[in-house]
Design a protein around this ligand. Structure first.
Ligand SMILES: [Fe+2]
Length: 408
């Protein structure tokens, strides 16, 4: 049983079996990163970064304002990109949306172009999440010089203001990890110049946020709770271990979803911060490679997604405040109300709300955003449910997303 950050044993959840390799290196990684001081140098997730096609950021921002608690904060340009900052508060991770100002011919363009459905939006992709760190030079020295982690750029001897060191994309997930020095207060980013939307776009943003408030959604929908990446079956253990070697997260556990031929694997901060401040990182992988699908005859929604879109982030989940609306005997909880309100804004969902408070939590997936290719999830955990996920809910959600991928 691994030790928690406070050296209290925690019971790993789930029933997915891991290899001896995984169990051995899981403990080795925990031991090493503690000895290197990495655990203490790394803090919470500072921001998430999504890239979209040039000219489409405004549509994704309006969508986020309408569907989530994010507020539009500011825009700026830096090097080959225009960035837009969405913020809930100083303590929750920001969401940065960026659009390339020039045609890119980079790694992400190429991985998008070789995926069957991702090629329709060659620049659209979740890039990664950046961690707040106390001392960037020290973190870089440990990761790059001691652990031979590859970064997109060498760390300059004299650090530019608010510098973010991004790793090269993981060969297992296509996600990058960033590191930025941050202690508290309003987050700052490296920028060349401020940039502004025109008045008409700003008015649309205001309308979207007003609608979110008019429908009382701000009372119920909270910040990002978790985010889930889909990978190939042979990359499952490597994706988890690599992430743990680069962060201060812990492997919380994994559920085997046998009839969907898939597993859901959860890594959490567990440093005493709630998910709203440092959301859980989830990896989903098929159990078997796609070439035996025709023999086993099992649905393979996770493998189908990765084959169509490439290894990439699949969804971002927002926490819904626990509680209910109306008589307590009803199964009509806050998340049911939230979904009914969002439907009034013409948001489309896959299936119905899955789970119940009796089982611990209720969840639902939206349809994929056409601007980000990401699904939005809403999740309500009832009565401080400490299970985080349930096997039954994960199975139903995996199935719903799989059916949608077959049609779209
Ligand atoms: Fe999820």
């Amino acid at each position: 049983m691994p030790a928690s950050p406070k050296n209290q044993p925690y019971q790993r959840k789930g029933d997915k079996k891991n290899s001896e390799f995984f169990e051995k290196y899981l403990l080795e990684i925990y031991k090493k990163r503690k000895a290197q001081g990495l655990e203490d140098l790394l803090g919470h997730i500072h921001h998430f970064l999504i890239q979209v096609e040039l000219g489409t950021a405004k549509d994704l921002i309006a969508e986020k304002l309408l569907h989530t608690p994010f507020e539009y904060h500011a825009s700026f340009e830096h090097e080959a990109f225009r960035y837009h900052i969405l913020r809930v508060s100083d303590v929750n991770p920001d969401l940065l949306i960026r659009e390339p100002l020039v045609e890119l011919n980079d790694y992400f363009y190429h991985v998008n172009m070789i995926s069957k459905k991702g090629s329709a939006k060659p620049h659209t992709r979740y890039i990664g999440e950046a961690f707040a760190v106390q001392d960037l030079k020290q973190v870089y020295q440990i990761l790059h010089e001691q652990n031979t982690v590859q970064f997109q750029q060498e760390l300059p001897a004299k650090l530019p203001e608010n510098h973010i060191a991004w790793t090269m994309p993981s060969i297992f997930t296509n996600n990058c990890l960033g590191y930025i020095e941050y202690k508290s207060g309003a987050k700052q980013y490296p920028k060349d110049a401020d940039w502004n939307f025109d008045d008409e776009t700003k008015a649309k943003f205001k309308l979207a946020k007003d609608m979110f408030k008019t429908y009382s959604l701000e009372e119920y929908v909270g910040p990002i709770d978790h985010f889930a990446t889909r990978v190939y079956c042979h990359d499952r253990e490597h994706s988890i271990l690599e992430y743990l070697s680069l962060t201060n997260y812990w492997f919380w556990g994994a559920y085997n979803i046998g009839d969907q031929n898939s597993s859901t694997n959860v890594c959490r901060n567990l440093q005493g911060l709630p998910e709203s401040q440092s959301p859980a990182k989830v990896f989903t992988a098929n159990n078997t490679p796609f070439y035996v699908n025709h023999i086993d005859k099992l649905p393979s929604p996770t493998a189908n997604f990765v084959r169509n879109y490439g290894r990439r982030l699949h969804h971002i989940a927002y926490g819904v405040k626990d509680g209910f609306i109306g008589p307590e005997s009803d199964n009509y909880k806050n998340v049911d109300y939230v979904v009914d309100q969002l439907k009034k804004t013409h948001m489309k969902f896959l299936e119905h709300i899955i789970g119940s408070c009796k089982e611990g939590l209720k969840q639902i997936f939206s349809q994929k955003s056409q601007h980000s290719l990401l699904i939005t999830e809403y999740i309500q955990r009832c009565d401080n449910f400490d299970g985080f996920f349930t096997k039954e809910n994960v199975a139903a959600l995996t199935q719903a997303a799989g059916l949608d991928d077959l049609i779209t």
